[in-house]
Design a protein around this ligand. Structure first.
Ligand code: AMP
Ligand code: ZN
Length: 509
């Protein structure tokens, strides 16, 4: 944008072509996005949540660019084995056996927990279809591709990857060798062939099983995303997202099914894959290695909250890295993100107070800064931004450059730190930027950000009460009592922060 009225084209990195491409919607004015969702056999770890923060930021950016968004994040409640390559046990059934519950109860419990994490991270509501609700459609889909593209073995119906063009292009894999895949299922024609339907072994009963032309059993994991994507968004839709691990097996297999179903040609035409753009977020990693929830202890959002971190500090930590870069989790990094978030919230509070003064002096309108649906770029353009104009330019340029959120955040910092500008304009622009980044700066207060760790020996009410008593003592110049209260709090791990520039009155050490 060179002035207030022109904008940058939205460019996104397409994993299928490995190139930055200008976003051109399939349906004018609309954006249809499918994001691979969680397998609800356990809690999600914060690494998984990075995938949803990324998908949400993408959705917000599309809305800010003026597109009407339809966004699906599926819930995998059947079919996902402990390895992505048709090996191992069914994750849902395994956890059900471990906890002595039904697989359905396990799914309902962990889906509810996942949705709570989404809300805590200020992720906008999306459609969450469950795989088990689409099994009939998956069977129909299987029937329609079986003759030309599949073969039956004792263990189920398998997709023959040699029957479609360009298998594995997304992964850039050498398919003849199966690239690290182990040909564990006896009788498979190609190492990369995968299950469309998994038959329940003779003499066994599964909790989740359905009748099909290939016998009682359950669908293969990859099939659900093909079916729900086509049902809910229609082929081709605009963007398909997932974590970088899905670029290797899950998404190539989804693409193969889509090509077979639509009888489409090769992948030099992206639309034949089912979606025009495939996007993948890189991993959140731990210094000790891969983040995992299959192996006992793992980091989940609740653990961060238990240690006194607001969930949006985690969202900010994610946004501080580009989604295509690996991000290392550390408590120090999270602490720094929380401090930055506090500064931003303080700046907004000061701005709100200034605005309120102007309103009461009838100098400014009380019009809300936030539009009901969030501001689009069009709505904030042409407002005569003056000194704030270059920050809008920088922000739009960054978001348009494959969602460069680290730079976009600095544009927001610039706006919040700008002196001698109209506070109403400053507020509107900051709100518009925050709408894309999703930090809820205008909804949060510093009290919200001050979370008591579960390990603390004292409640928040007790702390506030002690601080009130201390204030009263100081007002009466009774410094002995004031110091005694300070020591009493220190003994319980509460540090009183007199003169903190951010206005934090206490923190738990
Ligand atoms: P899952 O529940 O294992 O199917 O994973 C849900 C989503 O999280 C998928 O999009 C994965 O690609 C993504 N994911 C898994 N681990 C990580 C990680 N450590 N960092 C970022 N995304 C991840
Ligand atoms: Zn998927």
């Amino acid at each position: 944008m060179t002035d207030d009225t022109t904008s940058h084209d939205l460019c996104l990195f397409n994993s299928l072509t490995r190139e930055l491409e200008t976003f051109t919607p399939v349906h004018p004015g609309e954006a249809r996005v499918y994001s691979c969702g969680p397998t609800v056999y356990n809690y999600q770890h914060v690494g998984n949540m990075r995938a949803y923060v990324f998908a949400d930021t993408l959705g917000r950016a599309l809305q800010y660019k003026g597109y009407k968004l339809t966004h699906v994040v599926n819930i995998t409640d059947v079919g996902h084995l402990t390895s992505d390559a048709d090996e191992g046990e069914d994750k849902m059934e395994k956890m059900a056996a471990l906890q002595g519950k039904s697989a359905w109860d396990i799914a309902a419990f962990y889906q509810a927990d996942f949705e709570q994490d989404l809300r805590r991270l200020n992720i906008e509501p999306k459609q969450h279809p469950r795989a088990t609700e689409y099994v009939d459609k998956m069977i129909e889909w299987g029937k329609s591709i079986a003759d030309k593209h599949c073969y039956e073995l004792d263990s189920g119906l398998y997709f023959d990857v040699s029957t479609i063009e360009d298998y594995g292009r997304l992964a850039r894999a050498v398919t003849e060798d199966g690239e690290g895949r182990i040909d564990t299922v006896e009788g498979k024609r190609n190492a990369a062939d995968f299950a469309i339907w998994r038959k329940t072994p003779e003499g066994e009963t599964r909790q989740m099983e359905w009748d099909s032309p290939w016998g009682k059993g359950a669908p293969g994991w990859h099939l659900e995303c093909s079916v729900m994507g086509e049902e809910l968004l229609g082929f081709p839709f605009d963007i398909h997202t997932g974590g970088i691990d899905h670029r290797e097996i899950h998404h190539p297999n989804e693409i193969a099914q889509n090509q077979a179903y639509c009888c489409a040609g090769g992948l030099s035409e992206a639309r034949n894959s089912g979606a025009n753009i495939w996007m993948h977020n890189n991993f959140l990693v731990e210094r000790s290695g891969k983040m995992s929830k299959s192996s006992g202890e793992f980091l989940r959002l609740q653990l961060l909250v238990d240690k006194g971190f607001h969930p949006l500090a985690y969202r900010l930590m994610c946004l501080q890295a580009h989604y295509r870069s690996e991000l290392e989790f550390s408590w120090e990094g999270l602490e720094a993100a929380l401090t930055r978030l506090k500064r931003m919230v303080m700046a907004v509070q000061t701005l709100k107070a200034r605005h309120a003064e102007l309103v009461s002096a009838s100098i400014a309108d009380a019009a809300p800064w936030m539009a009901d649906e969030g501001w689009t770029l069009k709505q904030v353009q042409g407002d005569g931004w003056g000194k704030l104009g270059p920050s809008l330019e920088k922000f739009d340029g960054a978001i348009s450059d494959d969602l460069n959120t680290p730079v976009a955040l600095t544009a927001l910092d610039d706006v919040l730190g700008m002196k001698k500008v109209d506070p109403v304009k400053k507020g509107k622009l900051a709100a518009a930027m925050d709408e894309v980044l999703g930090l809820n700066l205008f909804g949060l207060t510093r009290v919200d950000l001050r979370i008591r760790p579960v390990s603390a020996e004292i409640t928040e009410a007790e702390i506030e009460d002690a601080l009130d008593r201390r204030k009263a003592a100081r007002a009466q110049k009774d410094f002995a009592t004031s110091d005694a209260i300070r020591d009493e709090l220190a003994a319980k791990g509460v540090e009183v922060m007199d003169g903190d520039p951010l206005g934090w009155e206490w923190k738990l050490s």
